[in-house]
Design a protein around this ligand. Structure first.
Ligand SMILES: C[S@@+](CC[C@H](N)C(=O)[O-])C[C@H]1O[C@@H](n2cnc3c(N)ncnc32)[C@H](O)[C@@H]1O
Length: 248
């Protein structure tokens, strides 16, 4: 499923986002700290509003009407637009934030140039595709080759931004159900509601996903998953490749 149908991807897959993707407070604190003393903030690829600081003057940018419809009543105002063509004058904002969205942009370099044009500081949460979580390596390798997971190395993206790269470890009880979130709680991948909020899963052939889920279920029942990965259950957090890029 792609934008080839003419509809934004998240108009097709975003229907249950707000229920499965609750912002994680520890990740939110990292983003808020990185925004520094910014007052006027644009949140690009804002989705349903996760991670938008409520104490700052925020304007959201989001192309999907399905996602816009899930924004909270009384939340920050939003405009329908894409990162690659932001409808704002130069330096309109103190900071631009972009959280787990860059991998969906059709032209990442153009989007980053736009963030830099409209704000003096840029804070972007994305991931290093060289770090592959077990759910992908062992059960759903088809995820890895998807368009959204093929983009330049994180060091190159950081160089476009002139940004420092910070590791954002994923807590063992992460509340934001992105694809790596359940690294210490494998049973949660068996829940179709939780999988529905993961774009990397939603874009795969449902039969392939069902087969992977049955494979994981069998490994959990036989103890094979715990024999290989069970030590993860005792960790507080893990580096799954999520990275915060903060302009210097
Ligand atoms: C995984 S969601 C992240 C939403 C939100 N930032 C969050 O952390 O929950 C990715 C979002 O990027 C949006 N998106 C896709 N293509 C985009 C583009 N070219 N410009 C801006 N946003 C885009 C999608 O519609 C979707 O809402």
């Amino acid at each position: 499923m792609s934008e080839a149908s003419g509809r934004p991807l998240y108009d097709q897959i975003g229907d249950r986002y707000a229920t499965t993707r609750r912002p994680d407070p520890r990740v939110a604190a990292r983003i808020h700290a990185a925004l520094g003393d910014a007052r006027r903030v644009v949140n690009v690829g804002a989705g349903a509003g996760s991670y938008e600081p409520t104490d700052l003057d925020v304007l959201a940018v989001e192309p999907s009407t399905v996602m816009l419809a899930q924004r909270p009543v009384g939340g920050a105002p939003a405009v329908r637009a894409v990162a690659e063509a932001l409808p704002f004058p130069d330096r309109r904002f103190d900071a631009a934030m972009a959280v787990l969205t860059m991998h969906h942009w059709s032209d990442q370099r153009a989007g980053i140039a736009e963030l830099r044009r409209v704000a003096r500081r840029v804070v972007m949460l994305t991931f290093d595709t060289d770090v592959v979580p077990w759910i992908a390596s062992d059960y759903l390798p088809a995820m890895i080759g998807q368009d959204a997971f093929v983009f330049p190395p994180i060091t190159e993206v950081a160089s476009w931004l002139d940004a420092d790269i910070e590791v954002v470890p994923v807590p063992h009880d992460c509340t934001d159900g992105f694809v790596g979130a359940y690294w210490a709680r494998p049973e949660l991948y068996l829940d179709p509601q939780r999988r529905a909020g993961m774009s990397a899963v939603r874009q795969l052939d449902p039969a392939l996903v069902e087969a992977a889920v049955e494979h994981l279920r069998a490994d959990l029942e036989s103890g094979a998953w715990d024999a290989k990965w069970g030590q993860l259950r005792d960790l507080d957090e893990l580096d799954l490749g999520y990275r915060l890029l903060v302009t210097r």
